[in-house]
Design a protein around this ligand. Structure first.
Ligand code: ATR
Length: 272
């Protein structure tokens, strides 16, 4: 049995062990996947201890995604550009780092929800870690327009600048969005965790096909409620992204890509 784990702090509510157990069963892989509460002042030690005890790989969640990137010896480009890591793979004394959050989000939007990003006008709210992780996979889809809006404009500008060689990202304040229209609007702020609403003008939703909330399990957040009231036909939260990024990590570790649809359906909590 090969051992894997998710590490975070707190870690109590993680769905990752259930998701990976379900993938393992469906693909006939013999793995054990547990949850580890990493000490806030001892992340590296906890990772090394798990590896030294025979661990083959780890998922990394808040607040350790930046530290995991620092710790890795081999960083894949996606992790490098995201500046953060959500998956580690141990091979001998090497620690490989990748980041599957962004590709998971793109798979969920394009494949599961059936909304094309190619040629679409995409609005991403927030310029923190969650938004950063999405930018490279978004640009790879060749949207017609990718706007990153943030409360602190300077953070969005810095983020857009750091991706300049990979495609065009436009930084914006919320006020400047008035009168603009987007096909897809994604909330990558942490506002929903505090039941707050990013100050997005409702008219951005006028032609929208999809409003996507990265936060999972909070039901109809203020952002999703605003989108629904503006008539957006499709609303989603981050459950599909969660399962898709897990499937990417599973494939990276085990060489087998599990099916995701049935599990997403099983985990989906109706939004209304
Ligand atoms: P994460 O890793 O979840 O992205 P983060 O890096 O702390 O967390 O980033 C949080 C993001 O949510 C930031 O873009 C933040 O905006 P600021 O840079 O202006 O602080 C955004 N955010 C948090 N609460 C918000 C709110 N109530 N309204 C708008 N944006 C908010």
């Amino acid at each position: 049995t090969d051992r894997y784990a998710v590490i975070g702090n707190p870690i109590g509510h993680t769905k990752s062990p259930m998701i990976h157990a379900s993938f393992a069963q469906a693909t006939g892989q013999d793995i054990d996947y547990s949850a580890i509460e990493g000490p806030l002042d001892g992340f590296a030690g906890a990772v090394h201890a798990f590896r030294d005890a025979g661990g083959r790989g780890m998922n990394v969640t808040a607040p350790f995604k930046l530290q995991a990137f620092e710790l890795a010896t081999d960083k894949l480009e996606r992790a490098r550009l995201a500046g953060a890591t959500n998956a580690l793979k141990f091979e001998g004394d090497r620690i490989h780092a990748d980041n599957f959050d962004g590709v998971g989000l793109v798979s969920d939007i394009t494949r599961n929800l059936g909304v094309a990003m190619k040629g679409a006008r995409v609005l991403l709210l927030g310029a923190g870690g969650a938004a950063r992780g999405a930018l490279l996979p978004f640009l790879a889809q060749q949207p017609a327009e990718l706007v990153v809006a943030n409360r602190t404009l300077a953070t969005a500008t810095a983020l857009a600048d750091s991706f300049a060689s990979h495609g065009r990202v436009i930084a914006s304040g919320y006020g400047d969005l008035a009168g603009q229209r987007f096909d897809i609007v994604i909330n990558a702020t942490s506002a929903s965790l505090k039941a707050e609403l990013p100050p997005v003008p409702a008219d951005v939703f006028k032609d929208s096909k999809l409003a996507y909330e990265l936060v999972y399990g909070k039901g109809l957040t203020p952002f999703l409620r605003l989108a629904r009231n503006a008539g957006v036909p499709q609303l989603a939260d981050g459950v599909g992204m969660l399962v898709e990024q897990a499937a990417e990590a599973f494939a990276w570790w085990r060489g087998v890509r599990p099916d995701t649809r049935a599990l997403i359906e099983r985990m989906t909590i109706p939004l209304a």
